[in-house]
Design a protein around this ligand. Structure first.
Ligand code: ADP
Length: 174
């Protein structure tokens, strides 16, 4: 990507350490925390995030697959956490690809609505939800680039890869 308006960065590491306006969480429909990156975000961000999630649950009963909600970042360096629910991989015949693209799109739209200019994403669905990593990387990069081509409100996207395999896959996509 060589647009002067924004940039896409690739980082290997822990998303809870990233200081962007928002970081995205690969949450589950209950919004009540879980393993993987979800657990790491709640541990590092403290109880304020779970409290905010509870309020959302009371209001709208959780979060559907492909959709996103926003909370405080609590004790994290990021101001906000955008919780999105990736699809569980079920062989590919259950609209998993579109649902994963929706996660990226809806997270970005929610970020823009909340005036976030810098956003960090984990590799949604590629952990416990078993989405094939190569396809997930392709969908993530394409969806983000397509979104960025339609807005000038975002300055920086950071893809945060926790494992070497994802890092290499994103590296070849970008
Ligand atoms: P999902 O249920 O959507 O698959 P997971 O949390 O199991 O969510 O995995 C999503 C991705 O997040 C995986 O690639 C996993 O390696 C990665 N991950 C786990 N912990 C962290 C972390 N602290 N920072 C960034 N990525 C993480």
């Amino acid at each position: 990507m060589n647009s002067s308006k924004y940039k896409i960065e690739l980082v290997k590491g822990d998303i809870t350490k990233i200081k962007t306006d928002a970081i995205v969480n690969a949450a589950n429909t209950s919004l009540m925390g879980g393993g993987g990156v979800d657990g790491a975000i709640h541990r590092a961000g403290g109880p304020e995030i779970l409290e905010a999630c509870r309020k959302i649950v009371v209001k709208q009963g959780g979060c559907k697959t492909g959709e996103a909600v926003i909370t405080t970042g609590g004790d994290l360096p990021a101001k906000f956490v955008i919780h999105t629910v990736g699809p569980v991989w079920n062989g590919g015949k259950y609209d998993e690809e579109n649902k994963l693209a929706s996660c990226y799109k809806n997270s970005l739209q929610l970020a823009v609505n909340n005036h976030c200019k810098t956003i960090a994403f984990p590799n949604i669905s590629t952990g416990i939800y078993h989405f094939p990593k190569k396809d997930a990387a392709r969908i993530a990069v394409k969806t983000v680039k397509d979104f960025l081509s339609l807005t000038d409100k975002i300055e920086k996207i950071v893809f945060v890869c926790f494992d070497d395999e994802n890092y290499e896959l994103y590296n070849s996509q970008l």
